[in-house]
Write a protein that binds this ligand. Structure first.
Ligand code: PGA
Length: 338
Protein backbone atom coordinates (compact mmCIF):
# COMPACT_ATOMS: atom_id res chain seq x y z
CA UNK A 1 0.00 0.00 0.00
CA UNK A 2 2.97 2.30 0.51
CA UNK A 3 3.47 2.14 -3.22
CA UNK A 4 -0.06 3.31 -3.81
CA UNK A 5 0.20 6.16 -1.34
CA UNK A 6 3.51 7.40 -2.68
CA UNK A 7 2.36 7.22 -6.25
CA UNK A 8 -0.87 9.09 -5.78
CA UNK A 9 0.94 12.39 -5.60
CA UNK A 10 2.47 11.69 -9.00
CA UNK A 11 -0.94 11.67 -10.61
CA UNK A 12 -2.02 14.83 -8.82
CA UNK A 13 1.12 16.78 -9.63
CA UNK A 14 1.13 15.60 -13.23
CA UNK A 15 -2.12 17.36 -13.82
CA UNK A 16 -1.28 20.45 -11.83
CA UNK A 17 -4.57 20.31 -10.00
CA UNK A 18 -5.39 20.30 -6.35
CA UNK A 19 -7.51 17.53 -4.90
CA UNK A 20 -9.11 19.91 -2.44
CA UNK A 21 -11.92 22.39 -2.65
CA UNK A 22 -13.57 20.98 -5.74
CA UNK A 23 -16.32 18.81 -4.43
CA UNK A 24 -20.07 18.76 -4.63
CA UNK A 25 -20.41 20.71 -7.85
CA UNK A 26 -24.05 20.49 -8.87
CA UNK A 27 -24.94 18.62 -12.02
CA UNK A 28 -26.09 21.72 -13.83
CA UNK A 29 -22.65 23.31 -13.69
CA UNK A 30 -20.60 20.16 -14.20
CA UNK A 31 -18.35 20.70 -17.22
CA UNK A 32 -19.04 17.99 -19.76
CA UNK A 33 -16.21 16.26 -21.53
CA UNK A 34 -17.40 16.55 -25.10
CA UNK A 35 -15.29 14.01 -26.93
CA UNK A 36 -12.12 16.08 -27.05
CA UNK A 37 -9.04 14.01 -26.55
CA UNK A 38 -5.44 13.90 -27.51
CA UNK A 39 -5.03 10.81 -29.61
CA UNK A 40 -1.84 11.65 -31.45
CA UNK A 41 1.62 10.80 -30.25
CA UNK A 42 4.04 7.96 -29.92
CA UNK A 43 2.88 4.43 -29.19
CA UNK A 44 3.10 3.29 -25.61
CA UNK A 45 6.34 1.59 -24.65
CA UNK A 46 6.49 0.27 -21.13
CA UNK A 47 9.69 -0.64 -19.38
CA UNK A 48 10.09 -3.28 -16.71
CA UNK A 49 10.72 -2.09 -13.17
CA UNK A 50 9.72 -4.52 -10.48
CA UNK A 51 10.00 -2.97 -7.06
CA UNK A 52 12.02 -4.52 -4.25
CA UNK A 53 8.89 -5.32 -2.24
CA UNK A 54 7.76 -7.52 -5.14
CA UNK A 55 4.80 -5.24 -5.79
CA UNK A 56 4.70 -4.50 -9.47
CA UNK A 57 5.42 -1.05 -10.71
CA UNK A 58 5.90 -0.19 -14.32
CA UNK A 59 6.65 3.31 -15.40
CA UNK A 60 6.01 4.42 -18.93
CA UNK A 61 9.11 5.44 -20.78
CA UNK A 62 7.06 7.01 -23.49
CA UNK A 63 3.69 8.63 -23.00
CA UNK A 64 1.25 7.45 -25.60
CA UNK A 65 -0.75 10.62 -25.73
CA UNK A 66 1.89 13.32 -25.59
CA UNK A 67 -0.14 14.92 -22.81
CA UNK A 68 -0.30 18.65 -23.03
CA UNK A 69 1.60 19.02 -26.26
CA UNK A 70 0.47 16.98 -29.22
CA UNK A 71 -2.34 17.62 -31.59
CA UNK A 72 -5.89 16.87 -30.74
CA UNK A 73 -8.84 15.35 -32.46
CA UNK A 74 -11.94 17.43 -32.01
CA UNK A 75 -15.07 15.54 -32.77
CA UNK A 76 -18.10 17.07 -34.32
CA UNK A 77 -20.54 18.16 -31.65
CA UNK A 78 -23.01 15.48 -32.68
CA UNK A 79 -20.40 12.75 -32.86
CA UNK A 80 -21.15 9.65 -30.87
CA UNK A 81 -19.55 9.33 -27.49
CA UNK A 82 -19.49 12.20 -25.07
CA UNK A 83 -16.70 11.11 -22.78
CA UNK A 84 -19.22 11.12 -19.97
CA UNK A 85 -17.74 9.37 -16.97
CA UNK A 86 -19.12 5.87 -16.48
CA UNK A 87 -18.96 3.79 -13.33
CA UNK A 88 -19.93 0.14 -13.27
CA UNK A 89 -20.63 -1.81 -10.11
CA UNK A 90 -19.84 -5.49 -10.56
CA UNK A 91 -21.54 -7.25 -7.69
CA UNK A 92 -20.18 -10.60 -8.90
CA UNK A 93 -21.57 -13.66 -7.11
CA UNK A 94 -22.37 -11.81 -3.90
CA UNK A 95 -25.46 -11.06 -1.86
CA UNK A 96 -28.85 -12.46 -1.10
CA UNK A 97 -32.37 -11.10 -1.28
CA UNK A 98 -32.04 -9.16 1.96
CA UNK A 99 -28.57 -7.72 1.39
CA UNK A 100 -29.37 -6.72 -2.16
CA UNK A 101 -32.56 -4.94 -1.10
CA UNK A 102 -30.53 -3.09 1.50
CA UNK A 103 -27.81 -2.18 -1.02
CA UNK A 104 -30.40 -0.87 -3.47
CA UNK A 105 -31.96 1.24 -0.70
CA UNK A 106 -28.55 2.71 0.15
CA UNK A 107 -27.83 3.44 -3.50
CA UNK A 108 -31.23 5.04 -4.02
CA UNK A 109 -30.60 7.30 -1.03
CA UNK A 110 -27.15 8.33 -2.28
CA UNK A 111 -26.56 11.79 -3.67
CA UNK A 112 -24.92 11.72 -7.08
CA UNK A 113 -23.64 15.26 -7.57
CA UNK A 114 -22.44 15.21 -11.13
CA UNK A 115 -23.31 13.97 -14.59
CA UNK A 116 -22.18 10.36 -14.68
CA UNK A 117 -23.44 7.11 -16.16
CA UNK A 118 -23.82 4.45 -13.48
CA UNK A 119 -24.44 0.81 -14.24
CA UNK A 120 -25.00 -1.83 -11.55
CA UNK A 121 -24.48 -5.50 -12.33
CA UNK A 122 -26.17 -7.77 -9.80
CA UNK A 123 -26.09 -11.55 -9.94
CA UNK A 124 -28.35 -12.75 -12.75
CA UNK A 125 -31.16 -14.07 -10.53
CA UNK A 126 -31.60 -10.66 -8.86
CA UNK A 127 -31.50 -8.61 -12.07
CA UNK A 128 -35.27 -8.13 -12.47
CA UNK A 129 -35.71 -7.25 -8.80
CA UNK A 130 -32.91 -4.70 -8.92
CA UNK A 131 -34.10 -3.28 -12.22
CA UNK A 132 -37.56 -2.74 -10.76
CA UNK A 133 -36.42 -1.19 -7.49
CA UNK A 134 -33.30 0.82 -8.26
CA UNK A 135 -33.48 4.57 -8.85
CA UNK A 136 -33.51 5.81 -12.43
CA UNK A 137 -30.05 7.35 -11.97
CA UNK A 138 -28.74 3.80 -12.24
CA UNK A 139 -28.87 1.41 -15.17
CA UNK A 140 -28.51 -2.32 -14.77
CA UNK A 141 -26.22 -4.83 -16.39
CA UNK A 142 -25.75 -8.56 -16.59
CA UNK A 143 -22.32 -9.97 -15.78
CA UNK A 144 -22.24 -12.28 -18.76
CA UNK A 145 -24.26 -13.65 -21.64
CA UNK A 146 -23.93 -16.42 -24.18
CA UNK A 147 -22.10 -16.17 -27.49
CA UNK A 148 -25.11 -16.89 -29.68
CA UNK A 149 -28.85 -17.37 -29.49
CA UNK A 150 -30.31 -19.62 -26.83
CA UNK A 151 -30.75 -23.37 -26.95
CA UNK A 152 -29.10 -26.32 -25.27
CA UNK A 153 -26.60 -24.30 -23.25
CA UNK A 154 -27.26 -25.25 -19.65
CA UNK A 155 -26.63 -22.46 -17.21
CA UNK A 156 -26.30 -19.75 -19.82
CA UNK A 157 -28.36 -16.65 -20.51
CA UNK A 158 -28.72 -15.28 -24.03
CA UNK A 159 -28.41 -11.68 -25.15
CA UNK A 160 -31.97 -11.96 -26.44
CA UNK A 161 -33.19 -12.83 -22.94
CA UNK A 162 -31.47 -9.79 -21.49
CA UNK A 163 -33.03 -7.55 -24.09
CA UNK A 164 -36.41 -9.18 -23.50
CA UNK A 165 -36.07 -8.54 -19.78
CA UNK A 166 -35.19 -4.89 -20.36
CA UNK A 167 -31.55 -5.21 -19.31
CA UNK A 168 -29.51 -2.79 -21.43
CA UNK A 169 -25.94 -3.70 -20.48
CA UNK A 170 -23.68 -6.70 -20.15
CA UNK A 171 -20.14 -7.15 -18.85
CA UNK A 172 -18.13 -9.43 -21.14
CA UNK A 173 -14.62 -10.81 -20.97
CA UNK A 174 -14.15 -10.30 -17.26
CA UNK A 175 -10.87 -11.87 -16.18
CA UNK A 176 -12.69 -14.20 -13.81
CA UNK A 177 -14.61 -15.64 -16.73
CA UNK A 178 -11.49 -15.74 -18.87
CA UNK A 179 -9.55 -17.65 -16.23
CA UNK A 180 -12.26 -19.68 -14.46
CA UNK A 181 -14.40 -20.45 -17.49
CA UNK A 182 -11.68 -20.64 -20.10
CA UNK A 183 -12.99 -17.82 -22.28
CA UNK A 184 -10.43 -17.06 -24.99
CA UNK A 185 -9.84 -13.70 -26.61
CA UNK A 186 -11.62 -14.90 -29.73
CA UNK A 187 -14.62 -16.19 -27.78
CA UNK A 188 -14.90 -12.86 -25.95
CA UNK A 189 -14.71 -11.02 -29.27
CA UNK A 190 -17.55 -13.14 -30.63
CA UNK A 191 -19.61 -12.56 -27.51
CA UNK A 192 -19.13 -8.81 -27.75
CA UNK A 193 -20.23 -8.86 -31.38
CA UNK A 194 -23.27 -10.98 -30.68
CA UNK A 195 -24.40 -8.89 -27.70
CA UNK A 196 -23.99 -5.65 -29.68
CA UNK A 197 -25.92 -7.17 -32.54
CA UNK A 198 -28.85 -7.77 -30.23
CA UNK A 199 -28.79 -4.18 -29.01
CA UNK A 200 -26.95 -4.50 -25.73
CA UNK A 201 -24.28 -2.10 -24.54
CA UNK A 202 -21.10 -3.84 -23.47
CA UNK A 203 -18.43 -3.28 -20.86
CA UNK A 204 -15.63 -5.32 -22.45
CA UNK A 205 -12.86 -6.23 -20.03
CA UNK A 206 -9.17 -6.53 -20.82
CA UNK A 207 -6.11 -6.73 -18.63
CA UNK A 208 -2.90 -8.52 -17.87
CA UNK A 209 -1.91 -10.97 -15.15
CA UNK A 210 0.91 -10.31 -12.71
CA UNK A 211 3.17 -12.70 -14.63
CA UNK A 212 2.44 -10.94 -17.88
CA UNK A 213 3.10 -7.53 -16.36
CA UNK A 214 6.38 -8.66 -14.85
CA UNK A 215 7.38 -10.07 -18.22
CA UNK A 216 6.79 -6.70 -19.83
CA UNK A 217 3.81 -8.02 -21.78
CA UNK A 218 1.13 -5.68 -20.46
CA UNK A 219 0.43 -3.80 -23.65
CA UNK A 220 0.78 -6.82 -25.91
CA UNK A 221 -1.79 -8.70 -23.82
CA UNK A 222 -4.20 -5.76 -23.93
CA UNK A 223 -3.66 -5.27 -27.65
CA UNK A 224 -4.36 -8.95 -28.38
CA UNK A 225 -7.55 -8.79 -26.33
CA UNK A 226 -8.62 -5.62 -28.13
CA UNK A 227 -7.75 -7.04 -31.54
CA UNK A 228 -9.94 -10.07 -30.93
CA UNK A 229 -12.84 -7.69 -30.34
CA UNK A 230 -11.92 -5.36 -33.21
CA UNK A 231 -11.84 -8.37 -35.54
CA UNK A 232 -15.52 -8.93 -34.85
CA UNK A 233 -17.07 -5.48 -34.65
CA UNK A 234 -17.01 -2.21 -36.55
CA UNK A 235 -19.34 -0.07 -34.44
CA UNK A 236 -17.81 0.82 -31.06
CA UNK A 237 -20.48 3.32 -30.04
CA UNK A 238 -22.00 0.96 -27.47
CA UNK A 239 -18.72 -0.45 -26.17
CA UNK A 240 -16.94 0.67 -23.04
CA UNK A 241 -13.47 -0.81 -22.54
CA UNK A 242 -12.70 -1.84 -18.97
CA UNK A 243 -8.98 -2.10 -18.28
CA UNK A 244 -8.66 -4.35 -15.26
CA UNK A 245 -5.18 -5.59 -14.39
CA UNK A 246 -5.79 -9.07 -12.99
CA UNK A 247 -3.25 -8.53 -10.20
CA UNK A 248 -5.30 -5.59 -8.92
CA UNK A 249 -8.70 -7.28 -8.91
CA UNK A 250 -9.88 -8.00 -5.40
CA UNK A 251 -6.35 -7.83 -4.07
CA UNK A 252 -6.24 -4.33 -2.61
CA UNK A 253 -3.24 -3.69 -4.89
CA UNK A 254 -4.64 -0.86 -6.94
CA UNK A 255 -2.65 0.28 -9.95
CA UNK A 256 -1.11 3.67 -9.37
CA UNK A 257 -2.82 6.48 -11.26
CA UNK A 258 0.23 6.68 -13.49
CA UNK A 259 0.26 2.95 -14.22
CA UNK A 260 -3.42 3.04 -15.10
CA UNK A 261 -3.05 6.18 -17.22
CA UNK A 262 -0.14 4.64 -19.12
CA UNK A 263 -2.15 1.61 -20.13
CA UNK A 264 -5.28 3.62 -20.89
CA UNK A 265 -3.25 5.91 -23.14
CA UNK A 266 -1.74 2.87 -24.84
CA UNK A 267 -5.20 1.41 -25.39
CA UNK A 268 -6.38 4.69 -26.88
CA UNK A 269 -3.32 4.83 -29.14
CA UNK A 270 -4.02 1.29 -30.30
CA UNK A 271 -7.61 2.25 -31.06
CA UNK A 272 -6.40 5.27 -33.01
CA UNK A 273 -4.03 3.17 -35.11
CA UNK A 274 -6.23 0.11 -35.58
CA UNK A 275 -9.79 1.40 -35.54
CA UNK A 276 -9.93 5.17 -36.11
CA UNK A 277 -8.96 8.44 -34.43
CA UNK A 278 -12.65 9.23 -33.99
CA UNK A 279 -13.39 6.00 -32.15
CA UNK A 280 -10.19 6.35 -30.11
CA UNK A 281 -11.34 9.76 -29.03
CA UNK A 282 -14.88 8.74 -28.23
CA UNK A 283 -14.45 5.37 -26.60
CA UNK A 284 -14.62 5.36 -22.83
CA UNK A 285 -12.00 3.39 -20.91
CA UNK A 286 -12.79 2.34 -17.36
CA UNK A 287 -10.17 1.35 -14.84
CA UNK A 288 -10.99 -1.61 -12.59
CA UNK A 289 -9.04 -3.25 -9.79
CA UNK A 290 -9.42 -2.38 -6.10
CA UNK A 291 -10.99 1.00 -6.73
CA UNK A 292 -12.40 2.34 -3.48
CA UNK A 293 -13.70 5.54 -1.92
CA UNK A 294 -10.19 6.52 -0.89
CA UNK A 295 -8.32 6.11 -4.17
CA UNK A 296 -11.00 6.93 -6.74
CA UNK A 297 -10.40 10.66 -6.96
CA UNK A 298 -6.70 10.46 -7.82
CA UNK A 299 -7.43 7.81 -10.42
CA UNK A 300 -10.28 9.85 -11.88
CA UNK A 301 -7.92 12.79 -12.37
CA UNK A 302 -6.06 10.91 -15.08
CA UNK A 303 -6.85 12.16 -18.56
CA UNK A 304 -7.64 8.78 -20.09
CA UNK A 305 -9.51 7.25 -17.17
CA UNK A 306 -13.13 7.73 -18.18
CA UNK A 307 -14.71 5.72 -15.41
CA UNK A 308 -14.37 2.70 -13.20
CA UNK A 309 -15.51 -0.88 -13.00
CA UNK A 310 -15.80 -1.56 -9.31
CA UNK A 311 -16.09 -4.93 -7.58
CA UNK A 312 -15.81 -5.08 -3.80
CA UNK A 313 -16.53 -1.42 -3.12
CA UNK A 314 -19.69 -1.54 -5.24
CA UNK A 315 -21.27 -3.66 -2.50
CA UNK A 316 -21.17 -0.69 -0.11
CA UNK A 317 -23.68 1.94 -1.13
CA UNK A 318 -21.92 4.96 0.36
CA UNK A 319 -18.51 3.98 -1.01
CA UNK A 320 -19.94 3.36 -4.45
CA UNK A 321 -21.66 6.75 -4.50
CA UNK A 322 -18.37 8.41 -3.52
CA UNK A 323 -16.70 6.61 -6.42
CA UNK A 324 -19.41 7.82 -8.82
CA UNK A 325 -18.94 11.39 -7.62
CA UNK A 326 -15.21 11.17 -8.41
CA UNK A 327 -16.36 11.95 -11.95
CA UNK A 328 -16.23 15.60 -10.96
CA UNK A 329 -12.47 15.38 -10.41
CA UNK A 330 -12.14 14.01 -13.95
CA UNK A 331 -14.25 16.79 -15.45
CA UNK A 332 -12.26 19.41 -13.57
CA UNK A 333 -8.96 18.10 -14.91
CA UNK A 334 -10.26 17.79 -18.45
CA UNK A 335 -11.68 21.29 -18.31
CA UNK A 336 -8.36 22.65 -17.06
CA UNK A 337 -6.54 20.95 -19.93
CA UNK A 338 -8.88 22.16 -22.66
P1 PGA B 1 -12.45 -5.18 -7.34
O1 PGA B 1 -13.05 -5.89 -8.65
O2 PGA B 1 -12.92 -3.75 -7.38
O3 PGA B 1 -13.02 -5.95 -6.20
O4 PGA B 1 -10.97 -5.29 -7.44
C1 PGA B 1 -13.10 -5.23 -9.88
C2 PGA B 1 -13.69 -6.13 -10.92
O5 PGA B 1 -13.40 -7.33 -10.93
O6 PGA B 1 -14.46 -5.67 -11.79
Amino acid sequence: MALVASSLSVGVVAHGASATGRRATPTASAPMFAGFRRVNGAPAVLTRDVEANSMVSLQASVRATGRGGCGAVRMAAQARGTGKFIVGGNWKCNGNMASIKSLVADLNAGAVNCDVDIVCAPPMVYLPMVKNSIDSKFEVSAQNCWVSSGGAFTGEISAEMLVDAGIPWVILGHSERRSLNGESNEFVGQKVAYALGKGLSVMACIGESLEQREAGETMNVCYAQLKAIANEISDWSKVVIAYEPVWAIGTGKVATPEQAQDVHAGVRAWMRDNVSPEVASAVRIQYGGSVNAGNCEELAMQEDIDGFLVGGASLQGDAFITICNAAQAHYDVVKAMA
